[in-house]
Design a protein around this ligand. Structure first.
Ligand SMILES: [Cu+2]
Length: 310
């Protein structure tokens, strides 16, 4: 199996097992039908003598057989499916707070950790989780219907505006797992990638604490960038403090430099940051960040500021 389809959670393992069971049953049905057809073609083919095979009309025995066998097959598949669903699906009216709230935005993912001992921790596109723990995640949308899909870790689930849904999110080994939006949601639907980064508990806690802590005050060129950030109204769409918990149009930038990818897609380097700030539409056409017509000096200062937010 291709590596990115290898199950890495008990839930996805159960889905993969169900798939195999269906495949085996379908293969048996397919081969029996092929066998029966071949048999009939050979056994009852036109003979030289022109003699017709014996003709029968109606047979209760046969009718009952070919009704009961498919019924049993469907029943078995139905029970297997129900069992898998019961194991895989999270309660849709959970009695407790979710560990994670994931919100789809055009065209990025926001993640919050309301159940964590240190809050508020908010991030975008790179969702850290502790390894081996089954997390209850609430999936929401800020605008249109998206679909949260990390194929190795959890089932697919629609993110529907105004109607939260819940899934179990779990990884049984440390690693970085790719995910993507799986429901067409506009121009940059195909650019709506995310990653789930599963780490041992201590590393995850350290990450969480870091996200919840304010970034250290910028100095030098970065400080100039920080005032430009306010002047140029970047702050209307982006948070730069964990205390700013509003759900905004753009991803939180509080610890943006700590992420590996810019907009979930390309390496987060100074060069790519500068390119993005100069002309976001050139990188991700149609995305909701306007070109601010900044001068080269302004871009430089803003890039230094972004880099000063690890
Ligand atoms: Cu989407």
């Amino acid at each position: 199996m291709t590596p990115w389809l290898t199950p890495h959670s008990p839930q996805v393992q159960a889905i993969a097992t169900l798939f195999t069971q269906f495949l085996v049953v379908a293969a048996v049905v397919f081969l029996s039908v092929c066998g029966l057809i071949t048999y009939c073609v050979v056994r009852y083919r036109a003979r030289q003598s022109g003699e017709e095979p014996p003709q029968h009309a109606g047979s209760r025995g046969l009718e009952v057989t070919w009704t009961v066998i498919p019924l049993l097959i469907v029943l078995v598949l139905f029970v297997l499916t129900l069992r898998t669903m019961a194991f895989v699906d999270a309660p849709q009216n959970p009695a407790r707070d979710p560990d994670l709230v994931i919100t789809g935005h055009q065209w990025w993912w926001e993640a919050r950790y309301p159940g964590a001992p240190v809050t508020p921790a908010i991030t975008a596109n790179e969702i850290h989780i502790p390894v081996g723990r089954r997390l209850l995640a609430r999936i929401e949308s800020a605008d249109v219907i998206h679909d949260f899909w990390a194929p190795q870790l959890a089932r697919k689930i629609d993110a529907i505006p105004g109607r939260p849904s819940y899934i179990w999110l779990q990884a049984d080994a440390p690693g970085t797992y790719e995910g993507t939006c799986s429901e067409f949601c506009g121009m940059q639907h195909a650019g709506m990638h995310f990653r789930v980064i599963a780490e041992p508990e201590p590393a995850f806690m350290a990450w969480l604490e870091h996200q919840a802590a304010p970034p250290s005050p910028p100095t030098g060129l970065a400080a100039e960038g920080a005032s430009l950030f306010i002047e140029r109204k970047c702050g209307d769409c982006h948070a730069v403090s964990p205390a700013d918990t509003r759900s905004l149009i753009g991803p939180p930038l509080t610890h943006v430099a700590g992420r590996k990818l810019l907009s979930g897609d390309r390496p987060l380097t100074a060069q790519n940051l500068a390119l993005w700030i100069t002309s976001p539409q050139a990188i991700k056409p149609g995305n909701r960040m306007p070109n601010q017509q900044l001068s080269a000096a302004e871009v430089q200062a803003l890039t230094a500021y972004m880099e000063a937010l690890p």
